[in-house]
Design a protein around this ligand. Structure first.
Ligand code: AMP
Length: 308
């Protein structure tokens, strides 16, 4: 197993200024694994659902090479549920409900077959659960990428700091980076966050793209200006899945290749915004992905000449 992803598999209720949809399939690990499945043939999923989660969706995920030996299905219990409402810019949102349900006492078990993974994605989840996974791994993967959100910063700060100290790449959004570092400037925030342990930091800025930092370099990837954004839920996780999926496929974790991975992640995230839930990721073709990557290249390609 080249790639293992840990995170929520969930139901979401989403409200945008233009539409509302209840009980959409969501969850960080759902978006991560589906996005990565376009780059890696096999991945392992570590998560938990109740028996209310549709088996057809799990079967569809299996058909995309997403192994579910690490997925626990709890009889008589309810899956994680999240509800959010987007502001007019579709870039910021308020969480209305977070019902942990099965997640409340989730104890992840890493199957033997996942032990030797080279790439580990710790999707947005309780930091203590993310740590339980790290603790079970006998041989450190080549790259550990972690995502988190303000919810965990607010209720599990100390646990979060312990996990952050152990990962290679942290991905968060701009608002969360400012909150984590207590710093308005994202450049200063990045320095402070890198000092907490990760070698690389990705700050996602929604429709304004993403920044990749290490100690010495910074790279900026735009987001594709979409004519219509239907639902941005899962864009961050789709980004992470594309990012780590591409790195796992190319087996190259240099900063130069991470730049490409950030573009891939941004391209994949742009698809997720086009429909509610992960539907777009399920139907995507290789041609569409290649076309979109080319659009990213065109978007920032220019020649410049300054006369003396
Ligand atoms: P994103 O839009 O990429 O930030 O991710 C949205 C997804 O994250 C939704 O499908 C939710 O089910 C999931 N989610 C929301 N809140 C949490 C949380 N506190 N922990 C884990 N997953 C969450």
């Amino acid at each position: 197993m080249n790639l293992v992803a840990v995170g929520t598999v969930a139901f979401d209720s989403i409200e945008t200024p233009f539409a509302k949809k209840d009980k959409v399939i969501g969850g960080a690990a759902t978006y991560i694994t589906l996005s990565a499945s376009h780059f890696v043939k096999n991945s392992g999923l570590v998560s938990v659902v109740g028996d209310d989660f549709p088996t057809e969706m799990l079967e569809t995920m299996k058909s995309k090479g997403i192994d579910q030996e690490g997925l626990q299905i709890k009889k008589g219990e309810k899956s994680f549920f999240w509800s959010g409402k987007y502001h007019y810019d579709l870039n910021s949102r308020d969480t209305l409900i977070t019902d942990l349900n099965v997640l409340a006492d989730f104890d992840p078990i890493l199957p033997e077959a996942y032990q030797e993974c080279d790439f580990l994605m710790l999707g947005n989840l309780a930091p203590a659960v993310q740590m339980r996974v790290i603790d079970q791994i006998r041989v450190r993967p080549r790259l550990v990428v972690m995502d988190t959100m303000n919810f965990w910063m607010n209720i599990a700060w100390d646990d979060l700091m312990k996990v952050i100290a152990k990962v290679d790449v942290l991905t968060i959004n701009d608002e969360e980076a400012r909150q984590m570092a207590n710093e308005y400037s994202l450049v200063k925030a990045a320095k402070k966050i890198l000092a907490l342990g990760p070698k690389y930091l990705i700050i996602k800025k929604g429709e304004h793209g993403a920044l990749l930092f290490d100690q010495h370099n910074v790279f900026f990837a735009p987001a594709l200006p979409l004519e219509e954004v239907v639902d941005p839920t899962g864009a961050g996780d789709t980004f992470a899945g594309g990012f780590i999926g591409y790195l796992a496929q190319s087996q190259n974790i240099s900063f130069e290749n991470m730049k490409r991975a950030v573009i891939i992640g941004s391209a994949m995230a742009s698809f997720t915004c086009e429909k509610f839930g992960p539907d777009r990721l399920l139907e995507l073709t290789r041609e569409e992905i290649n076309e979109r990557i080319e659009q990213f290249v065109q978007l920032t390609d220019f020649e410049i000449y300054v006369e003396e």
